[in-house]
Write a protein that binds this ligand. Sequence first.
Ligand SMILES: [Zn+2]
Length: 230
Amino acid sequence: MHSTDTPHTPTPADLGSAAPARPVGRDAVYRNLVCCEECDAVYRRTPLTKGAKAYCANCGATLYKSGRTLSQLLPLVIASLIVFTISNAYPIVKVDLQGNLSDTTLIGAAMAMFHIGREPVGMLVLLTTFVFPLLELLSLLYVCIPVVLFHTRPTGVAYALRLIRVLRIWGMIEVFLIGVLVTLVKLVAIVVVIPGVALWSFAVLTVLLVWVTSVQVTDIWDEVDAIEPE
Ligand SMILES: [Zn+2]
């Protein structure tokens, strides 16, 4: 079990006394505070032993954890991108368009939705199975490489992390899986699913994405914040 650290809940007086006039000092104070994502309770950070997690005393949600996050995340992100490429490079269905029977990828299947007049479904599939996961993986790669390999902050790291946050609000894994399932179910009348490389690599990708999204954006922020700006 993880050791539980119970942070002290600051009173308004604590926060008031901790608000100096200079912005630099204020940044340092904010960096030392952590807000529970579930119930908005605010805590002062305390150092954790290796592998320990801090939980919210109010609702029990995880606040933050110790340890190097991004060095573990980088290989996962690279593996996900490789599997993502394989998933989208191999045909996943046989589709019958105007008498032409051809093998097609998931993107090809989404395009087929446009041909049969189901544009909203095609757009949903395209966004959830391709655009959103690819954007998140590339944003993570953009943040991870400079931090892990060169110990520098990438330019515009805040925008990249905010983008990842927005993408996660869409519930990446659930939406991704629904997107793949909708494609297969909706198209089942006009296509045959190929139980080949693409289908299995989508299964592997789903597992990898569960791992990738288990790393909280706040933990990535913390590690980026630990690097002094140049
Ligand atoms: Zn809480």
